[in-house]
Design a protein around this ligand. Structure first.
Ligand code: 5AD
Ligand code: SF4
Length: 439
C-alpha cells in the first residue's frame, strides 16, 4: 500500500514553491499527495514567521496535528520553513510528538531523514543556513494540471531592513544561473504551464555572476521572454531602492511581461523609512511610480505598508496616507508592526501602543478599499485580456486574471484553462471584476 503525505503551507509564495519542491522529492520516493491530513502517513507544516500572528497560527496548527498523532502513532510529523529555521531544536523540546525539524535550505535531506527515522527512530533537526539549496527541477508530470507556476530565481536577502526577520531565516542573497532558470521554465511550459512568476526576496538585485548589464534581472527577463509557448511572466518582490530604468523599460519592451509591479512602500515618512533602513525616500518612491506610469500608463502597482513602526508619530502616519492617496495603488497589503526577535527594530523605542496600531491599520485599509474599488470601476466598459485558470468556485463561470493581476469572472461554455481570451468588463467589485466573453 502506498504512503501518503500532506503538506500544510503557510506564508508567502517562496513557501509555496518550497512545498512543491518537497512534493516532487516525496513523489520520487513513492509517496502520494493527500489534501486530507487524516489520511496522511507523513505531515509537514511549512511555516512563516514574518509577523507574530503567522507564528502563532503555525503553533496552533502544529498542536492540532500532534493531537492527530496521538490517535495515529505511526504518523510522522515534521515542521519546515522560516519558524523551523529560526527555532531549530527548541521546537523539538517544546513539542513532544514532533519527529523532525528542517530549515529553509534542507529540503533535499528529507528522504534521508525519513529513512533514518524508520531505521532508528528518534528525532531529527537539520537547519544549516549556509547550505546551498538545490532548488526545484520541475519533474515531468508534476505540474501537468497547472496554468501558472512559480520559479525561484534567487533566495535570501542582504538588506536587513530593521523590522524584517527574512535575512535571518533565508540567509544571504544567492542567485540561480540563468540557464537553470530557463531550463526549469521550459520544462514547466512543456507540461502546459502558461504563466510563471519569478520569485526572490529582492529580484532587482538578481545577478548571475556576469556583468550587471549582461547578468542582471532585465537581461534574464529578456531571455525568458523568448521562450516559445510561455504566455506571461510576472515577478515579485522588487525593492524600490534597486528598481532600475532598464527594468522599468521592460514594462514597455517585453510583450510577455505582465503590466503589474509589486513595490513595497512600507511607509510614506522619510524619518520612518530611515529607521526602517529602507534606503530610499518618499520623493524617490513617487518618482519611480511616475517613471513606471510614463512607460506604461496602465501598469498596476501594488504595495505593502507597515503601520505603527517604533517611533511612528501621528504625523508620520499622515504622510503615509498622503502617499497612498497620491499614488492610488491598485491594491495594498497593510500590516501592524510586529516585533521580531533579533531584529534591530525589536530594540527600538518608543513602541506604538497596540490599540493605536489597530486604529491606524483600520484607517489605512478603509482608505485603500475606496481606492481599489475606484480603480476597478475605471475598467468597466473596457476590453481586457484574461488568462483562463478554471471554473470559479460558485456556478459555471470561468475565472482568470488580467495582466494587471485582477480576477475576472465570466460566462463561457467552451474556453479551457490556459487560453488567453478577450473579455469586456461589465461590473467591478472590491476583489474582482465580472465581464462578458468577447472571443
Ligand atoms: N511587522 C509587520 N509587518 C512586517 N513585514 C515584514 N516584517 C514585518 C514586521 N516585523 C511586512 C512588510 C513586508 C511584508 C511581506 O510583510 O510589509 O513587505
Ligand atoms: Fe525583509 Fe527588507 Fe529583505 Fe524585504 S528587502 S526581505 S523587507 S530585509
Amino acid at each position: 500500500m502506498s504512503r501518503h503525505y500532506h503538506i500544510a503551507t503557510m506564508g508567502c509564495q517562496m513557501n509555496e514553491y518550497d512545498s512543491d519542491h518537497l512534493g516532487q522529492l516525496l513523489q520520487a520516493e513513492d509517496f502520494k499527495p493527500t489534501e486530507d491530513p487524516h489520511r496522511a502517513d507523513l505531515i509537514l507544516i511549512n511555516t512563516c514567521t514574518v509577523r507574530d500572528k503567522a507564528e502563532q497560527k503555525a503553533y496552533s496548527l502544529l498542536g492540532r496535528m500532534i493531537g492527530l498523532k496521538k490517535r495515529k502513532p505511526g504518523l510522522v510529523l515534521g515542521i519546515m520553513g522560516c519558524i523551523a529555521q529560526q527555532k531549530g531544536s527548541a521546537l523539538i523540546e517544546r513539542f513532544p510528538g514532533l519527529d523532525f525539524v528542517i530549515g529553509t535550505k534542507e529540503l533535499e535531506t528529507v528522504p534521508r531523514i525519513l529513512e533514518k527515522l524508520t531505521r532508528e527512530g528518534g528525532r531529527v533537526v537539520a537547519a544549516d543556513l549556509t547550505k546551498r539549496s538545490m532548488f526545484s527541477s520541475a519533474n515531468p508530470g508534476y505540474f501537468k494540471d497547472r496554468v501558472k507556476s512559480f520559479v525561484t530565481i534567487m533566495e535570501g536577502c542582504n538588506n536587513f531592513c530593521s523590522y524584517c526577520i527574512v535575512p535571518y531565516v533565508r540567509g544571504r542573497e544567492v542567485s540561480r544561473l540563468p540557464e537553470e532558470i530557463i531550463k526549469e521554465t521550459e520544462k514547466l511550459v512543456e507540461q502546459g504551464v502558461k504563466e510563471v512568476t519569478l520569485l526572490g526576496q529582492n529580484v532587482n538585485s538578481y545577478r548571475s555572476g556576469e556583468s550587471q548589464a549582461e547578468g542582471g534581472f532585465p537581461s534574464l527577463l529578456r531571455k525568458l521572454n523568448n521562450i516559445e509557448g510561455l504566455l506571461r511572466i510576472r515577478f515579485t518582490t522588487s525593492h524600490p531602492k534597486d528598481l532600475s530604468d532598464d527594468l522599468i523599460h521592460c514594462f514597455k519592451d517585453l510583450e510577455k511581461l505582465c503590466g503589474h509591479i509589486h513595490l513595497p512602500l512600507q511607509s510614506g515618512s522619510n524619518h520612518v523609512l530611515k529607521s526602517m533602513k529602507r534606503g530610499y525616500t518618499r520623493e524617490h518612491y513617487l518618482e519611480l511610480v511616475e517613471n513606471l506610469r510614463r512607460v506604461n500608463p496602465d501598469v498596476a502597482i501594488t504595495s505593502d505598508v507597515i503601520v505603527g513602526f517604533p517611533g511612528e508619530k501621528g504625523g508620520d502616519f499622515e504622510l503615509t496616507l498622503d502617499v497612498v492617496k497620491k499614488i492610488g495603488f491598485d491594491n495594498l497589503y497593510s500590516f501592524k508592526y510586529s516585533d521580531r526577535e533579533g531584529t534591530l527594530a525589536s530594540a527600538m523605542e518608543p513602541k506604538v501602543p497596540s490599540h493605536e496600531r489597530a486604529c491606524r491599520l483600520q484607517t489605512l485599509q478603509q482608505l485603500q478599499k475606496g481606492i481599489t474599488l475606484h480603480k476597478n470601476r475605471k475598467l468597466v466598459g473596457r476590453r481586457v485580456e484574461v488568462l483562463v485558470e478554471g471554473r470559479s468556485k460558485k456556478g459555471n463561470e470561468l475565472t482568470g486574471r488580467t495582466g494587471s493581476n485582477k480576477v475576472v469572472n465570466f460566462d463561457c461554455e467552451s474556453e479551457l484553462p490556459g487560453d488567453l481570451v478577450q473579455v469586456r468588463i461589465e461590473n467591478a467589485y472590491a476583489n474582482s471584476l465580472r465581464g462578458e466573453f468577447v472571443h
